[in-house]
Design a protein around this ligand. Structure first.
Ligand SMILES: [Zn+2]
Length: 259
C-alpha cells in the first residue's frame, strides 16, 4: 500500500496540472506562485553565500609603458644568429614618416603576393655594439652610426611557405624596387655589404646631423602636425630601451668575468 502511495505521488509529480498541486517535482508553468518558494529560497541562499564570500584582491595594475609592449624578436626567429639580445621589431618604434613608408612597403608587397616580416626596426647602442662584436658580416657600424638607432632603418625578410627566405634574389629585387619607388634607400644596392632586407630614409640628413639629435622633415610636414611631440615621446621610449639593453649588456660582461 505504501509502495503504491509512493508510486502514485511520484507519477503525480509529472501530471499535477490534472491532479492538483503540492507533490510536484517539476513545477508546471501554470502552478500558483507559492509553490515556487523553494526556488526563491535557493536564490536567497546563493545570494547570502556570494555576499559573505571574500572579495578577491584586486590585481595590481602594472604600469607598463608603451615601449615595453613593442614587438620584439628573439634570436634565430628568422633562422639567423642575430645575437643574444632581442631585436625590437615594432614599427611604432620608427620615425612616424618612415614608419608609414614601411607600412606602404609591406602593404604593396603583400598585394604582389610577397609577405614581409619585420626582423628589426629601432636598435639600441647596446644591440648595435653586440652586432659589432659578432664580426664584420653583421655590421660595419658601431654604436651610434647605424640608421636603425634613429628609427630611420628597418630590416625585413620575405616569408615563403612559412619560412624566412633570405636567398631568393628574384623576390628581393621586387621588394627593393617597391622600396625605392617609395623613396627609401635599399641595402640591396650596397656592394660592400649586400643587405637586401635593409631599408632606410634620412631625408637628406647625414650621420653627423643625426648624431647631433636632428630629425629629418617629412616632404609634406602638414600631414604630421604632432611630429615634434611624437619624436620627443619616441626619444624617451628609445632611451628606456637603451637603459634596459645596456643593463643587460653590462650584466653579461660581469657574468663573463666571473667565469
Ligand atoms: Zn638594417
Amino acid at each position: 500500500m505504501r509502495f503504491l502511495a509512493i508510486c502514485l505521488s511520484f507519477s503525480l509529480g509529472f501530471c499535477n496540472v490534472a491532479f492538483g498541486q503540492g507533490t510536484s517535482f517539476y513545477p508546471p508553468f501554470d502552478t500558483p506562485p507559492y509553490t515556487y518558494q523553494h526556488v526563491d529560497h535557493m536564490n536567497d541562499l546563493i545570494k547570502s553565500l556570494v555576499d559573505t564570500a571574500p572579495i578577491p584582491e584586486a590585481t595590481p595594475v602594472i604600469d607598463e609603458t608603451p615601449w615595453k609592449r613593442w614587438a620584439t624578436v628573439e634570436n634565430y626567429s628568422f633562422g639567423k644568429d642575430r645575437g643574444g639580445m632581442p631585436m625590437i621589431a615594432d614599427l611604432n618604434a620608427l620615425h612616424p614618416y618612415f614608419r608609414d613608408k614601411i607600412f606602404d612597403l609591406i602593404r604593396i608587397c603583400k598585394s604582389k603576393g610577397i609577405d614581409l616580416a619585420v626582423v628589426e626596426s629601432f636598435r639600441t647602442h647596446a644591440k648595435q655594439n653586440e652586432y659589432k662584436s659578432m664580426g664584420k658580416k653583421y655590421t660595419r657600424s658601431s654604436g651610434g652610426s647605424s640608421k636603425h638607432q634613429y628609427g630611420l632603418a628597418v630590416d625585413v625578410v620575405p616569408i615563403i611557405d612559412s619560412v624566412a627566405d633570405w636567398h631568393n634574389y628574384a623576390v628581393w629585387k621586387k621588394v627593393g624596387a617597391v622600396g625605392e619607388k617609395l623613396g627609401l634607400r635599399w641595402g640591396g644596392r650596397w656592394k660592400h655589404m649586400y643587405d637586401p632586407g635593409h631599408f632606410e630614409w634620412t631625408g637628406g640628413l647625414s650621420s653627423y646631423h643625426l648624431a647631433t639629435g636632428k630629425f629629418p622633415k617629412p616632404p609634406k610636414p602638414q600631414l604630421y602636425p604632432c611630429l615634434e611631440e611624437d619624436l620627443l615621446q619616441l626619444t624617451s621610449y628609445w632611451q628606456s630601451w637603451e637603459t634596459e639593453q645596456s643593463t643587460t649588456a653590462s650584466q653579461k660582461v660581469e657574468s663573463n668575468k666571473m667565469k
